[in-house]
Write a protein that binds this ligand. Sequence first.
Ligand SMILES: *[C@@H]1O[C@H](CO)[C@@H](O)[C@H](O)[C@H]1NC(C)=O
Ligand SMILES: *[C@@H]1O[C@H](CO)[C@@H](O)[C@H](O)[C@H]1NC(C)=O
Ligand SMILES: *[C@@H]1O[C@H](CO)[C@@H](O)[C@H](O)[C@H]1NC(C)=O
Ligand SMILES: *[C@@H]1O[C@H](CO)[C@@H](O)[C@H](O)[C@H]1NC(C)=O
Ligand SMILES: *[C@@H]1O[C@H](CO)[C@@H](O)[C@H](O)[C@H]1NC(C)=O
Ligand SMILES: *[C@@H]1O[C@H](CO)[C@@H](O)[C@H](O)[C@H]1NC(C)=O
Ligand SMILES: *[C@@H]1O[C@H](CO)[C@@H](O)[C@H](O)[C@H]1NC(C)=O
Ligand SMILES: *[C@@H]1O[C@H](CO)[C@@H](O)[C@H](O)[C@H]1NC(C)=O
Length: 631
Amino acid sequence: MGVDDITRNNVILMVFCLTISIVEIEVSADASESLVSLQSDFWDWRMRNNPTSSTYDGMYKYNDLMEEYSLEEFQTKRNKTLDFLARLYEIEQDDLDIHEKVNFDILKDTLETFTEGNLWAEYGALSPISFITGIQLFGGPSFAPSATRGDFENYIARLYAVQKQVDGIKSLGRRAISLNRTLHNVSMTKVPEQIDEKIFDRPENSSYYSPFGDFLDNSHVTNDSDRTYIRNRGKEAVLAYMNAFRDLKNFIVNEYMPNTRKEYGVYAWDPSNEYYKACLKWHLSFDMTPADVHDVGLKEVDRITKEMHKIMSSLGFEGTVAAFFASLEDDSRFYTNDTVKILKAYNDTVFKRINPVLENYFRDIPDIPLNIEAASYDGLGGGYSSASETSPGVFSINLFRPLEVPLFETMVLSLHEANPGHHLQNSFSLRADLPDFRKNPILSFADVPNWFPIYSAYMEGWGLYSEYLGEEMGMYKDGYEMMGRYSYEILRASRLVVDTGLHYMRWTREEAILYLQNHTALAGGSAANEIDRYITWPGQACAYKLGEIKIKELRQRAERELGDKFDLKEFHYQILANGGMPMSVLERIVNSWIDTTKQSKPTSGSPCLVFGHTLVSVYCFISILFSIISI
Ligand SMILES: *[C@@H]1O[C@H](CO)[C@@H](O)[C@H](O)[C@H]1NC(C)=O
Ligand SMILES: *[C@@H]1O[C@H](CO)[C@@H](O)[C@H](O)[C@H]1NC(C)=O
Ligand SMILES: *[C@@H]1O[C@H](CO)[C@@H](O)[C@H](O)[C@H]1NC(C)=O
Ligand SMILES: *[C@@H]1O[C@H](CO)[C@@H](O)[C@H](O)[C@H]1NC(C)=O
Ligand SMILES: *[C@@H]1O[C@H](CO)[C@@H](O)[C@H](O)[C@H]1NC(C)=O
Ligand SMILES: *[C@@H]1O[C@H](CO)[C@@H](O)[C@H](O)[C@H]1NC(C)=O
Ligand SMILES: *[C@@H]1O[C@H](CO)[C@@H](O)[C@H](O)[C@H]1NC(C)=O
Ligand SMILES: *[C@@H]1O[C@H](CO)[C@@H](O)[C@H](O)[C@H]1NC(C)=O
């Protein structure tokens, strides 16, 4: 068969497939309409319940509302979620196309994860304030663009609503105290000073007053007496807002902190460990026992430590991992105070070293711009903010203390945050044109497992897999960069050990800190900070390593089953093309891809060419829809 014949056949078969697809779509109209309207109602309801996220996501109809905190809310949300589930179960799944089926499965998982987790509502969700979560840190009254009279009115309503939030938080906290289900004091010690940052002697000194300054003068409100009126009411509203925070601080310091739990782990709330298991499951999106998590952690730490020692010997260093990193501290090859130089190193790493080889490992790479910048606030070491239709993705590096930013970590951090890590992942999900409820995850780790899932194992598992893939891509240029890579990996592996250590095996905070110091590059203060995070958010830190292991398992299975037909670019495409999802759905997608590929002839470009009559309809459908998704 000549090339032309193949092409012609291809065209004929594609037309054939398309016809079948269209027929299928017509048949499935009811089911897909029901799904679309359910997705949209669900999203609107979530925006109504998370009005500050709604403003951020560009939906402005809830601009006068704030998130609510109350026991009754747990019930209301449960009832509403059960209603949504009932609607979902009525949809005839067989009538959905493969793309819709993925959305269906993810919506089902989203709703079911909430209803399962909601059974544990009166646990962590009773304590929405800690040093890493809460209204003193995020989700304050936000201001919508346009600045009309109505925008100022909405903003004033939001400032007043903070007292209602505080009243709710107090009633939840009192419930936690009465049930002996409070957080440990280490989760709270920094909170009073965080609250203090919201309180000023005069309203004009609060950043929450700033919209009533120049911004008001330049707004659509042009009448002077109206402006004065709004400004005076703004002052009163900011005063009320600050008073609400005084009230919150008083409650935290005088009622909550004296009643914090004595035990570090959440076994204190539930000695059967079912609560901890529910937290793990929520973060992982699959079941795994704490004992297994712990064992995997120990094995991984052991394996990585051995790798690190091999590299250290090859660099002529004798001693512990901690001693190795300490020996680099004064080395001008790895540390500089010059932030421009560090930023350029990151820029060159991404644009000159990584990007040119990406196309050997990925196909149909979306062309979404990426900026590399110094972080604007002193948070994590590095971060990625998603690109949108209108703005580029941003890889930000914390340069507040440049002498603590080792240049041997440049490669591993770039692989994780930029490419092929979160930026590439985000680029694919932008192109996948996901329904809103999948596009804009709303985070609230304090509420876990009484919350809708955000699929950390998929997101962060991919980030860590990207660090690994960098090795296959030949990105780490020497032993020092490899040590940077392993120092990142061993931290994620150690988290499995210490998270289960604290919450399941009843370790003390000191044991956990020592474990991190013994096995990772983290020194005193930062190790303690990490451990306090794990004490506060049970299970969260386990998503990274276990997600990566799951992705590697899927790849190994595909390689084993497909042999010569295994195509790495195609595998990566299967993982990325549909955006964030639970690992069970990802597994189903990979398995069905394995089955399809197995049955194809080794030389065929498209499965459509080679299938018998009955299979053609099914598989062409897949390939067409995947290409619709990917354009
Ligand atoms: C939730 O539904 C249950 C059972 O139908 C009902 O008893 C309860 O009052 C509802 N709660 C709320 C807050 O809507
Ligand atoms: C909480 O702990 C106190 C002191 O240990 C105990 O007296 C009380 O019964 C506990 N309350 C509950 C609801 O378990
Ligand atoms: C507080 O605001 C007043 C009036 O706007 C201003 O004079 C003063 O400098 C501010 N104080 C601080 C600490 O910013
Ligand atoms: C400004 O607004 C006030 C009160 O809303 C109104 O009485 C007054 O006539 C307005 N002035 C102008 C110049 O429009
Ligand atoms: C909690 O920490 C604060 C500040 O570090 C301390 O003053 C307080 O005594 C501690 N309370 C408990 C119950 O440990
Ligand atoms: C690093 O740079 C900062 C800002 O330019 C400067 O204040 C600081 O003294 C420098 N530190 C060292 C150790 O050179
Ligand atoms: C980063 O790299 C891009 C693309 O090569 C270039 O346009 C930009 O000027 C560089 N920025 C810095 C700070 O080096
Ligand atoms: C940390 O290392 C010290 C010294 O090697 C050892 O005694 C201790 O058991 C280790 N602790 C943990 C938690 O690994």
